[in-house]
Design a protein around this ligand. Structure first.
Ligand SMILES: *Cc1c(COP(=O)(O)O)cnc(C)c1O
Length: 357
């Protein structure tokens, strides 16, 4: 039985978007970022569709173990690496490639030098000030880690999605200066940089959001970059009623009908990951045509103005995001970004996979 709220995941679109990455960065190897359950799409299904990537990246060691246990043998980088011996042991056991960003990690590696990592990634903080070692410490770190493991070098950009921002250039200059004489392979670019900062497409690129067909740039849509949306989120109408002009709809009663109004109720709400902050007037699709959400999003339902679709019936399908109704749109209405909406789809939503994995 199909759940009232379901997401269709188009695996062919994932593959298509991976080809787009290669088009933007033809000389780079691709580390496909599939953290947070493959940006909400299902980590193993996404990994299956992205087998042609040169490596995967996840945030946490348990995500990587899940991939290994599902049989994936590709290289896997763990963006948060390890912070204790148990997590480090899992890296040895499952041939995972930790990101190294503190001296505690280095000390732990040196203490366990009887075991070897297949590879690791040394991360430099070039200005984001989240993870990464201080640039002045790079040379010393690099020399010590090289004794223990094959190593590549990376950094992460804070503002690559803001094209006018000076930070990206400064980060790039610092990275280039610090690693100038270092023979290791390097990696800098996330999706925004892959598409807009071609000089940052060095040996490895690390696309996330663009693989899922979504734009990292505010005010833009994935389709404008030639990407295909991967997830389409759906529900169906479970009730239709007439509401008189001046009457209120939904919790708080803060939406008042301007005219006599046909109100449809669709079975999807914040319990499914639809943000409660979505504003009245945000459009979605019903039977492939635009309709507007009115009133507040509740846990299990939304209310929709059906005035422009008098023929609508209970059971009709609405689409909250996906092809023809960009997730970026609804994200903006909720003062957030497409990333959070995709990651926030809850377990109640049934995932339906289409296309070849
Ligand atoms: C999440 C992440 C990425 C991917 O970022 P997108 O903006 O989704 O392309 C790349 N690198 C690191 C270190 C990340 O944490």
């Amino acid at each position: 039985m199909r759940s009232a709220a379901w997401a269709v995941i188009d695996l062919d679109a994932l593959k298509f978007n991976l080809q787009k990455v290669k088009h933007f960065a033809p000389d780079s190897k691709v580390m496909a970022v599939i953290k947070s359950n493959g940006y909400g799409h299902g980590i193993c299904e996404v990994a299956g569709a992205l087998k042609a990537a040169d490596a995967f990246a996840v945030a946490r060691v348990d995500e990587a173990v899940k991939l290994r246990e599902a049989g994936f043998e590709q290289r896997i980088a763990v963006l948060e690496g390890f912070s204790d011996i148990d997590e480090l042991s899992l890296h040895y056991q499952f041939k995972l490639e930790p990101i190294i960003y503190t001296d505690q990690q280095l000390l732990l590696l040196e203490k366990n030098r009887s075991q070897t990592l297949s590879h690791c990634w040394l991360k430099i903080d070039t200005g984001m000030h989240r993870l990464g070692i201080d640039p002045e410490l790079f040379q010393a770190f690099y020399e010590r880690i090289s004794q223990l493991s094959a190593v590549s070098v990376m950094t992460h950009l804070a503002c690559a999605d803001e094209l006018e921002h000076s930070a990206t250039r400064l980060q790039m200059e610092l990275f280039n200066r610090v690693t100038k004489n270092c023979p290791a392979e390097k990696s800098v670019a996330n999706s925004a940089a892959i598409m807009e900062w071609p000089e940052l497409n060095v040996e490895w690129v690390r696309p996330g959001i663009m693989l899922y067909g979504v734009s990292p740039f505010s005010g833009k849509f994935g389709e404008e970059h030639g990407l295909k949306p991967v997830m389409s989120l759906h529900s169906k109408l479970i009730s239709i009623k007439n509401v008189k002009r001046g009457e209120a709809v939904g919790y708080g009663g803060n939406y008042l009908c301007n005219n006599d109004c046909r109100v449809g109720v669709a079975a999807i709400g914040y319990g499914d990951g639809l943000p409660r902050q979505i504003k009245s007037g945000t459009w979605i699709l019903l039977n492939g045509k635009k309709v507007r959400i009115i009133g507040r999003v509740s846990m299990d339902m939304i209310t929709i103005d059906l005035t422009e679709q008098p023929e609508a019936e209970v059971g009709d399908v609405c689409q909250l995001w996906g092809k023809g109704v960009p997730v970026e749109n609804i994200a903006e209405s909720a003062d957030t970004i497409g990333y959070t909406l995709l990651c926030g789809v809850t377990r109640r939503v049934q995932m339906i996979y289409q296309g070849k994995s």
